[in-house]
Design a protein around this ligand. Structure first.
Ligand code: NI
Length: 165
């Protein structure tokens, strides 16, 4: 396994839409292992393939590991099945936008379906920070970052802060 370099915004690859993973191959297994190692090294809670320059629909997530509740998941070709009407605002960081976090409002709960490394199909409902995290990582697969959720004024302020670091 190896720690992969993480692309930083505004790398144009972070604005691209990723293609589906055609099948789970040993290369995909290695990519997932490397992405998890990269996630823990960063350290972060979620990492999507385009952030390491792989333009395929896969992300890794482990929301609780920093609190000793490690539960890593590898999500291949993930899709939202259902989201709540209720919305919630979370403070979201991004490993591709280091040093700047943004208040992002999204559906409070989300049900996601995905393929696991074993080829099995998974369905799970997420709430709280985990709901924001899965939606944040799904965004990356469609070329969307936290800045894209903000109003023009807030976006300009945060980009200014990011660029002046
Ligand atoms: Ni991110």
């Amino acid at each position: 396994m190896s720690v992969l370099p993480i692309l930083k915004w505004p790398d144009p690859r972070l604005a691209e839409t990723c293609v589906p993973v055609p099948e789970v191959t040993p290369e995909i297994e290695r990519l997932a292992a490397d992405m998890l190692e990269t996630l823990y090294d960063a350290p972060g809670r979620g990492l999507a393939a385009p952030q390491v320059g792989v333009m395929q629909r896969i992300f890794v997530m482990d929301v609780g590991w920093k609190e000793g509740k490690s539960d890593p998941i590898v999500c291949i070709n993930p899709m939202l099945q259902e989201v709540s009407e209720e919305r919630a605002t979370q403070t979201e960081g991004c490993l591709s936008i280091p040093g700047v976090s943004a208040e992002v409002t999204r559906p409070a709960r989300a049900q996601m379906v995905w393929t696991g490394l074993n080829g099995g199909r998974y369905v799970q409902s997420f709430e709280g920070f985990a709901a924001a995290c899965v939606q944040h990582e799904l965004d990356h697969l469609d070329g969307v970052v936290t800045f894209d959720h903000l109003d023009a004024e807030t976006r300009a302020i945060l980009i200014g802060k990011y660029e002046s670091q």
